[in-house]
Design a protein around this ligand. Sequence first.
Ligand code: UFG
Length: 328
Amino acid sequence: MTVLVTGGAGYIGAHAVRALLRAGRRVAILDDLSTGHRDTVPDEVPLCVADIADAGAVGAFIAAQGVSAVLHFAARSLVGESVADPRKYWRDNVAGSVALLGAVVDAGVRDVVVSSTAAVYGVPERSPLDEAHRTNPVNPYGATKLAVERALADYAAAYPLRYAALRYFNAAGADPDAGLGERHDPETHLIPRVLRSASEGCEVAIHGTDWDTRDGTCVRDYVHVRDLADAHVAALRHLEAGGAGGAFNLGTGTGSSVREVIDVVAKVTGRPLRVVEGPRRAGDPPVLVADATRASRELGFSAARSSLRQVVEDAWAFERGRSGAGGL
Ligand code: UFG
């Protein structure tokens, strides 16, 4: 039976496709290529270029491929863009997912693993954050991801559907051997931006140095994209074995400040960085660190590749290949 990966040509989806293939699963990808890259799709994997909201195309592809489970990554995922253009997020993330899930239920597909985010929590009341922390998103991106989680909870109560919503903290790193890494446009994430300062000499601003943290800069829980990818395979196995669904945090339990990230990039790259201190970015919580106990206990999740050093080394190897800065 085939696993359908929506957004399988995107950053995290493409890594999950590799993890599924390594686990011996048959895979098919649904991606409209609006932010995904066709060149990440392995030759042997069928690709349907369609919108997740196109229930006719989705239903036909599910039937043709013999799909028994879905990993759902396809989504808009930029916090700032979601504030500036919320209807894109409600349309693509919520209406798109509702249409997709309708096709999934109609086709009798039972198991669904979806991408969710730490942004569902909003401003943390405690750290590290476990899944019981109240959800109160402070931007449309987080609100739309939470809406999808709520739809899934209702569907799972009413229909023969099981789901896991994986709440990622800060996805980072790359699989340079597979030619996979972050290729967002525009790139707003910290690690690729600092790496670009190393490879192309562009300036990178620290968004605030007066936070109430150990060095005044924001603290985040960076988790290697390959660990995230493996967690999806584990979550799928867990559902297929009849395990309890719901929300699972994915993170390391250890936070790194913006300055600590910059220091590791400087060491790994050995290149000068053009760093300036700027004002705070609206909507940034000072500290976001995961308590991933549930995922490690129930899914066997392990942040094995997620030391900051390993994350940065892999992202740098990918960046050098991408930019031609120093070759590989
Ligand atoms: N930062 C900088 N300079 C930059 C870019 C980022 O100082 O040029 C800082 C940010 O202010 C933040 C930290 O680096 O403190 C990490 O920023 P990212 O943009 O890399 O990631 P975020 O923490 O903002 O976003 C992540 C996920 C989102 C998720 C969010 C939850 O990428 O999907 O966490 O708050 F919604």
